[in-house]
Write a protein that binds this ligand. Structure first.
Ligand code: NAP
Length: 315
């Protein structure tokens, strides 16, 4: 028994990024009593993206602005919004799912997990010590601190290359250090970086250690072809080596792949009845705003159909 306020919904959507907003719109339009929860402010990862130029209908838009539009759109429907919640416990395995926060016990017939993913760490000495003192996972947030300084971006994907280009607005030099001799980023983004004379590529190399006194001063890297170490004088290190799924609160209750991403079928159905996953948190070949939004729509539609099959539930 708990003295907490109890709220009951048809669907609870965990995570208010592109997948969550889209799921909320589709669920509310499907006449489900819908709650949208997030442990942070609404908007998800794209709120930190600089510019998005591959979301159809918006040739070029800031990530933050696109997410504002998603929220404005969701606000047209009757959606119960709970930002900045602190989750204590989640139980997804019973017919009625429960999510307990500091103040509320949420109960729901279905749950859509759209909790996204977060930046992976390099796991090298100095990374934790210098976090926020020269190590940053968000060029948009911290780039302006590096005016006329030297920075290093680690990784060869879209995030790394785009953020490196962004950093050239402030920094006098940006190294891109990538472990292979070929980048993973889209060709169009690669070309922009190649033609930016503030960017120097160091390929087939990995970071070994971040050093400094109060703030970052050096990055030690290893050339994978010669096996030689090299010392780079840098003021900032920006790791962009991909993401891991935000699944801590329900780890073990749902089938996940070896990297922790949630496994679903094409209906976004997870291994647990009445529980769906959408967007970056799930095992999917492409993690984009468009694919997350599409997942959210499919998941909400599945939740609507599932609820139609349920006999009236006594709570
Ligand atoms: P990503 O595509 O997974 O790229 C991660 C990069 O980090 C890869 O180049 C990888 O090397 C490297 N890497 C991984 N582990 C490493 C380690 N331990 N040490 C050194 N390097 C390591 O991740 P992302 O760039 O963050 O992008 C994630 C998703 O978001 C992608 O689907 C991407 O297309 C999308 N995205 C899209 C946009 C856009 O369209 N505007 C912007 C940002 C992100 P390898 O290449 O050798 O594997």
């Amino acid at each position: 028994m708990t003295n907490k306020q109890e709220l009951f919904f048809d669907v609870i959507i965990l995570g208010a990024g592109p997948a969550g907003f889209s799921a909320a719109i589709y669920a509310a339009r499907g006449n489900l009593n819908t709650a949208l929860l997030d442990i942070n402010m609404f908007g998800g990862q794209p709120s930190n993206y600089l510019e998005i130029e591959n979301y159809p209908g918006f040739p070029l838009i800031e990530g933050f602005e696109l997410m504002e539009k998603f929220e404005e759109h969701a606000d047209k429907f009757n959606i119960n919004k709970f930002p900045m919640i602190n989750i204590q416990k989640i139980n997804l395995t019973n017919e009625i799912k429960e999510i307990e926060t500091d103040e509320i016990l949420f109960k729901s017939k279905t749950v859509i997990i759209a909790t996204g993913a977060q930046a992976k760490k390099l796991g090298i000495p100095g990374e934790d010590i210098f976090k926020s003192r020269g190590v940053s996972y968000c060029a948009v947030c911290d780039g302006a601190f590096y005016k006329d300084k030297i920075t290093a971006v680690i990784g060869g994907g879209n995030s790394a290359i785009e953020e490196a280009i962004y950093l050239t607005k402030f920094a006098k030099k940006v190294y891109i250090i990538h472990r292979r001799d070929e980048l993973r980023a889209d060709k169009i983004i690669q070309q922009r970086a190649f033609s930016n004379d503030k960017i120097e590529f160091i390929l087939s190399a990995v970071p070994l250690e971040i050093q400094g006194t109060n703030t970052v001063e050096k990055l030690i890297i290893k050339d994978l072809k010669t096996q030689q170490n090299q010392e780079l004088k840098v003021d900032g290190v920006f790791p962009y080596i991909g993401f891991s799924p935000n699944v801590d609160s329900f780890n073990g209750q749902i089938k996940q792949n070896p990297q922790g991403f949630i496994e679903t079928d094409i209906y976004m159905q997870t291994s647990v009845s009445g529980v769906y996953a959408a967007g970056d948190v799930r095992d999917t070949p492409l993690r984009q705003v468009i694919t997350a939004a599409a997942d959210g729509a499919v998941a909400a539609n599945s939740a609507v159909k599932y609820i139609e099959t349920l006999s009236p539930v006594k709570v």
